[in-house]
Design a protein around this ligand. Structure first.
Ligand code: ISL
Ligand code: CA
Length: 574
């Protein structure tokens, strides 16, 4: 176990560059802004930075629509700025991982321009083209080659008037899917990745990488009650050639750097069984995957924008299944937040003044004590909250804007649609990083591209660095614990109190060490009838979120443990 890969004991920090730090006052975060804020990340103690896309892009989906894979968008800076950032990150002993978006390009990428402009060019086949459905004329309602809906509302097919053919776009119309069946596409992607590795980057977070292989028959998918489009996911989630493509990528790109890299596949809809195949080191595909089960548990019958309250037992059941499923083979990624999810303290915690700090720290404790590699999304380490968006004009995200337009056009109540966006919309995670209490939270001297959360006056990094009881210092301690206690990295996971709707409890056992993680994920006092409460009586308290006198649990032998609102603790016995 001593020869385990370095990333098993690492913590990754995700930067959404547009919203992190603006160095030139244009209201958009940029690379020099990041370089100027590395002290914050060193103080937190993270090992790896993952940058959301900074390549040239029309920014239809905030950079997830790439028009040049080997450059930097002028809004973010230059390749020189990038090299400078990379050197500064390395000088601090951290690594840098790029976002790799190769399921699709921008429709403004030269490859797609050529494919559209010259249907006879070899580039045509780099994308997915199909004629209208038999018996239909191009452009007629229902003429789309399949009934698949796009992730961003509407059909997944867009008509190209000039040729009368449709191209596939699982995301926006400006994000045409690449045709991975074509070996030239795969070779171009490999070459581009090798170019970044030569430049010195330390790996890739691979966007929707389990969607790149499609069933070439493009069959219609099931249509849910009242849905305008079918669900094509059975025909593109972990499609027929996905493992072949990833093994080829490993051979062609990753294999030359056996120790250095971190590769993580973002995989909507992936099952535990598939994830084990993807991350089995013997199969040489990726190091770990992002799975989505736990962030779908509060989606309601009407989909993600129709959220329902989370049942804690559902969360525990799900995460435990993933812990067990990847215990012997493979590896987990652990996350609550990223740029696509609402803020966890608002979603699963309580972001009101009474409980914000303790619910944020309790949730952090639960996540970081699981087995796997934790990811911290910018601002999560401050307990940043969802944003008080007043009206649709406050939103910027294409998914939210498209959903609103489609839902309202279909007759939905606008206020109700807005309520869904406020609860679950991706812009909640995209408001600027809250550095200090000054105007625009110290993010920019100009006008920010999206509103700053007004709570930055009291919720900001400067205040939290100065306060040992802050969310920031709690995250710092959790990260340090992973670096120093092998049981956090390697320990076997066992869930306790599986039926409890308020308490999250588990142990991690490694050689002679056992950790107990106990969290009250509710705003009321709770009693924990732990199977072996007395056995933990004199255990060492490692990370807690309430100041308690003494080093031992203050509980009476033979009595259940009492946990205060949102109290969490990590205990160790040997
Ligand atoms: O938020 C979602 C839409 O409901 C997710 O399904 C999301 O689209 C999915 O997780 C894939 O996300 C990734 O690829 C998208 C991009 O918009 C996201 O920001 C990115 O993380 C397309 O590139
Ligand atoms: Ca800027």
């Amino acid at each position: 176990q001593e020869e385990d890969p370095w990333w098993k004991s690492a913590v990754v920090y995700q930067i959404y560059p547009r919203s992190f730090a603006d160095s030139n006052g244009d209201g958009i975060g940029d690379l020099r802004g990041i370089t100027g804020r590395l002290d914050h990340l060193s103080a937190l103690g993270v090992d790896v930075l993952w940058l959301s896309p900074v390549y040239p892009s029309p920014q239809d989906d905030n950079g997830y629509d790439i028009s040049d894979y080997q450059g930097i968008d002028p809004a973010f800076g230059t390749l020189d700025d990038f090299d400078e950032l990379l050197a500064a990150v390395h000088a601090r002993g951290m690594k840098l991982v790029m976002d790799l978006v190769v399921n699709h390009t921008s429709d403004e990428h030269p490859w797609f321009r050529e494919a559209v402009g010259s249907p006879d060019s070899p580039k045509r086949d780099w994308y997915v083209w199909r004629p209208p459905r038999p018996g239909f004329a191009a452009g007629e309602p229902g003429a789309e080659p399949s009934n698949w809906g796009s992730f961003f509302s509407g059909s997944a097919w867009q008509l190209d008037e000039a040729s009368g053919e449709y191209y596939l776009h699982l995301f926006s119309r400006k994000q045409p899917d690449l045709n991975w069946e074509n070996p030239q596409v795969r070779h171009a992607v490999h070459a581009m990745m090798r170019w970044w590795l030569r430049r010195g980057v330390d790996g890739f977070r691979m966007d929707v990488i389990n969607l790149i292989s499609k069933d070439q028959d493009f069959p219609d998918g099931p249509v849910a009650d009242g849905a305008a489009h079918g669900d094509g996911s059975p025909f593109y989630v972990c499609g027929p050639r996905i493992h072949e493509y990833l093994q080829e990528l490993h051979r062609e790109v990753f294999a030359a750097h056996p120790e250095r890299l971190l590769t993580v596949g973002e995989m909507p809809g992936v099952s535990v069984e598939e994830a084990r195949l993807f991350t089995d080191p013997a199969r040489a595909e990726v190091d770990m995957v992002f799975q989505f089960e736990h962030v779908g548990l509060d989606h309601g019958p009407g989909g993600k924008f129709d959220p329902k309250p989370l049942r804690l037992t559902d969360l525990k059941t799900s995460l435990t299944r993933w812990q067990q499923g990847l215990a012997a083979t493979g590896w987990n990624s652990l996350y609550w937040n990223n740029h696509d999810q609402p803020r966890v303290v608002s979603r699963f915690g309580d972001d009101g003044p009474a409980h914000r700090v303790r619910s944020a720290t309790a949730l952090a404790t639960v996540l970081h004590l699981h087995r796997g590699t934790p990811y911290v999304y910018q601002g999560e380490e401050l307990g940043m909250t969802n944003a008080p968006f007043a009206a649709i004009d406050d939103f910027r995200d294409i998914e939210s804007l498209n959903h609103y337009a489609h839902a309202v056009a279909a007759g939905a109540d606008a206020e109700q649609v807005l309520a869904g966006l406020r609860a679950i919309g991706r812009d909640n995670a995209r408001t600027p990083m809250q550095w200090d209490a000054t105007a625009h939270a110290g993010f920019t001297t100009g006008t920010p591209w999206i509103g700053v959360n007004p709570n930055h006056a009291r919720l900001n990094a400067a205040a939290q660095l100065a306060d040992q009881d802050s969310v920031f210092h709690h995250y710092r301690r959790l990260i340090e614990l992973r670096h120093t206690e092998p049981a956090v990295v390697h320990g076997d996971f066992a869930l306790l109190l599986p039926e409890d709707e308020h308490l999250y409890a588990f142990t991690r056992r490694h050689r002679g060490t056992e950790l107990l993680v106990l969290a009250n994920l509710s705003g009321d006092v709770r009693h924990a009838a732990l199977p072996d409460a007395d056995g933990w009586h004199r255990a060492e308290r490692l990370v807690t979120n309430y100041p308690l006198p003494g080093a031992y649990l203050t509980h009476t032998l033979g009595e259940p443990l009492t946990l205060r609102p949102w109290e969490s603790l990590v205990l160790r016995r040997t």
